[in-house]
Ligand binder design. Structure first.
Ligand code: HEC
Length: 221
């Protein structure tokens, strides 16, 4: 390199041949270094639970900083995340119950719950018809009076032979399903005064009432 710099008057041709020589030297150096390179897949690191002479306690695993929490595991709103307060199921649904929430809840319910509990919640789902244990109807007095949090807990933790659906159903959707189960319960016990006047006449005539506002996502799963 220094020879190159000491020839400021060199012609373009001479310079390029000088670069060629340098390039060749560099190539040799790179090839030589590659012979003893340290691959990324082989870098110095500790295995889990490995011993270490570097740390005073002899362990490679470092103890967690006091107060540290894993991402997503903060229960700062126990009602929303656990469905209970002080171990007792929450009475009410802790999110605003909107039409969108109910529509979402119906769609999720029809996917995850209807196979056993049936679309109307009477416990006569397809899997039950083929031999699975029959769940209680959601329309019995005990479950109509049950706190919202107990439905959330059944989804989250499972209940008897019913498995937990926590892995499949995120928290928001669990509450959407609970809200929809409440709507199902209401639908089976609604007094005639809850039915809009026009629809009541149709019911009396034995027609299926027009549930169009709630029907637009029918079969959308
Ligand atoms: C594979 C069938 C199956 C599916 C799917 C299922 N359940 Fe269940 N569920 C049952 C059975 C069976 C029981 C009764 C368990 C028992 O007695 O051992 C039950 C019990 C329950 C209970 C408790 C009722 C009580 O007696 O207190 C609730 C609430 C419930 N299920 C809600 C749901 C919801 C909401 C979903 C959808 C996320 C769902 N289940 C999905 C089969 C199922």
């Amino acid at each position: 390199l220094s020879t190159e710099r000491q020839r400021p008057s060199a012609t373009a041709g001479a310079r390029s041949s000088g670069l060629g020589r340098r390039g060749a030297a560099l190539l040799v150096a790179v090839l030589a270094a590659a012979g003893c390179r340290n691959d990324m897949q082989d870098q110095p690191r500790y295995e889990v639970n490995a011993p270490s002479r570097f740390f005073a306690d002899g362990r490679a695993d470092r103890p967690l900083v006091p107060g540290v929490v894993a991402a997503g595991s903060v229960h700062d709103d126990p009602v929303y995340e656990l469905g209970s307060v002080d171990g007792r199921p929450a009475v009410d649904i802790p999110v605003p119950v909107t039409r969108d929430l109910l529509l979402r809840g119906r769609q999720r319910y029809d996917i995850y719950c209807a196979p056993c509990h049936s679309r109307v919640g009477d416990g006569d789902g397809m899997i039950v018809q083929r031999g699975f244990r029959r769940p209680p109807s959601f329309h019995v007095d005990r479950l109509r009076a049950a706190p919202a949090g107990s439905f959330y807990e059944a989804i989250t933790q499972g209940f008897g032979v019913m498995p937990s659906y926590a892995a499949q159903i995120p928290i928001d959707d669990r509450w959407a399903i609970v809200a929809y189960v409440r709507a199902l319960q209401l639908s089976q016990m609604a007094p005639a005064s809850d039915v809009p006047p026009g629809e009541l006449a149709k019911l009396d005539a034995g027609e299926t009432p027009d549930a169009s506002p709630a029907n637009e996502r029918r079969g959308g799963h």
